[in-house]
Write a protein that binds this ligand. Structure first.
Ligand SMILES: *[C@@H]1O[C@H](CO)[C@@H](O)[C@H](O)[C@H]1NC(C)=O
Ligand SMILES: *[C@@H]1O[C@H](CO)[C@@H](O)[C@H](O)[C@H]1NC(C)=O
Ligand SMILES: *[C@@H]1O[C@H](CO)[C@@H](O)[C@H](O)[C@H]1NC(C)=O
Ligand SMILES: *[C@@H]1O[C@H](CO)[C@@H](O)[C@H](O)[C@H]1NC(C)=O
Ligand SMILES: *[C@@H]1O[C@H](CO)[C@@H](O)[C@H](O)[C@H]1NC(C)=O
Length: 345
């Protein structure tokens, strides 16, 4: 009788346990999945926690059975992302990254003068490997530069294989009679091409015309070209205004057009003047006249203060204006002191 009661009782307990205490939906853990996932489980049912692709846990998956208490045991599973191999250094370039973990992407760039041979970014995959082969920064090179018409290369030192590095220079020269427009130097750019090439153009100049009271010499040729020269001179008392030598420039005209200017006859018979920083006697220094362009300083008197000062005069194409303050003494007036002998003001 008692044993029957016991059997009944224990089977009742058993029924309460099995029928009453279900387990709830299990806690969600980061980066993990539960199979099967339900909203409740009967005691004795099994679930498996495993990490999502790209994540791993030490000790692998976890298997749990819903206990009679209806409370899932404490789960220590910790899923962490897979880590891809170190890729933090790119020679002659830079890597941008936060971490090398799944599912991050890192990106690459190269320093100026280098280009990226390969992908500009890589993703850390579920398998913990980079999605692409890591790139390298290769030096930029330029092929030989094109040679402009009527030009030659005067400086060009390519590397083996006739290539040039970023920053290398080449220098062009124009053939004789041709003038260069643009920069004679080209540089290998970061794009692997050269900077803008110069142009060489044939340049002719007209024959220079003879100056009045002078002459011009130039090469006895049919045509005068860029860089040809002409020289000028003047007859006897005339002086050249401009350079003696002129050159045909790249605009097809001459660097200057010198002319001959008349020299000055001096109305003053006797005076001490300053010429090129020195006191000279006008009548001796310029007895054959004064050439165009010459500048002298005359002495004048300040009567009130009894001192002297100077005023300039210049010979311009046959004319010199003597300063009004200058007073020429008659050679008979020997008692008068010349202004040049009076102390300066
Ligand atoms: C670019 O990289 C590939 C593979 O890494 C290599 O075979 C190739 O020669 C490289 N190209 C240049 C121009 O460096
Ligand atoms: C380099 O260029 C020069 C002239 O352009 C040519 O004569 C030479 O054969 C080239 N060398 C190579 C290795 O390509
Ligand atoms: C020509 O180019 C070089 C660099 O390539 C530069 O240093 C130089 O100043 C340029 N010359 C002129 C006249 O522009
Ligand atoms: C060189 O290449 C770059 C990029 O392709 C281009 O923008 C530039 O105009 C080129 N330079 C010359 C001088 O051709
Ligand atoms: C040469 O010609 C250019 C353009 O025609 C002009 O601007 C310049 O003034 C001329 N120079 C001389 C020295 O005649």
């Amino acid at each position: 009788m008692i044993s029957l009661v016991l059997v009944l009782f224990s089977s009742f307990l058993c029924h309460v346990a099995t029928a009453g205490r279900t387990c709830p939906k299990p806690d969600e853990l980061p980066f993990s999945t539960v199979t099967p996932l339900k909203s409740f489980y009967d005691p004795g049912e099994q679930i498996v926690y495993s990490c999502q692709p790209g994540y791993v846990s030490r000790g692998g998956m976890r298997r749990f059975t819903c206990p009679l208490t209806g409370i899932w045991p404490v789960n220590t599973l910790k899923c962490t992302p897979r880590v891809c191999p170190f890729a933090g250094i790119l020679e002659n370039g830079a890597v941008r990254y936060t971490t090398f973990e799944y599912p991050n992407t890192i990106s690459f760039s190269c320093n100026t003068g280098f280009y990226l041979n390969g992908s500009s970014s890589a993703k850390c995959t579920e398998e913990g490997k980079w999605s692409v082969e890591l790139p390298v920064c290769a030096p930029v090179t330029c092929p030989p530069p094109a040679i402009p018409e009527f030009a030659t290369l005067s400086v060009y030192k390519p590397l083996a294989g006739n290539i040039s590095n970023y920053g290398s220079k080449a220098v062009f020269e124009c053939l004789p009679h041709y003038a260069m427009f643009g920069n004679d130097t080209v540089t290998c750019t970061a794009h692997g091409n050269w900077t803008t090439l110069p142009e060489c153009k044939e340049v002719k100049c007209p024959f220079p015309s003879r100056p009045d009271n002078g002459f011009v010499n130039y090469p006895a040729k049919q045509t005068l070209y860029y860089k040809d020269k002409a020289t000028y001179g003047c007859h006897d008392t005339y002086a050249l205004d401009g350079p003696q030598e002129v050159e045909c420039n790249k605009f097809g005209n001459w660097s200057a057009q010198p002319s001959c200017k008349a020299s000055c006859k001096l109305s003053v018979k006797k005076a001490t003047v300053v010429y090129e920083g020195e006191r000279v006697k006008l009548q001796e220094k310029f007895k054959d006249g004064m050439l165009h362009g010459v500048k002298v300083s005359f002495f004048c008197k300040n009567k009130e203060k009894k001192c002297s000062y100077t005023e300039d005069a210049q010979c311009i194409d046959g004319t010199i204006e003597i300063p009004k303050c200058f007073k020429e003494h008659s050679s008979l007036a020997f008692w008068k002191t010349d202004a040049s002998d009076v102390k300066p003001c």
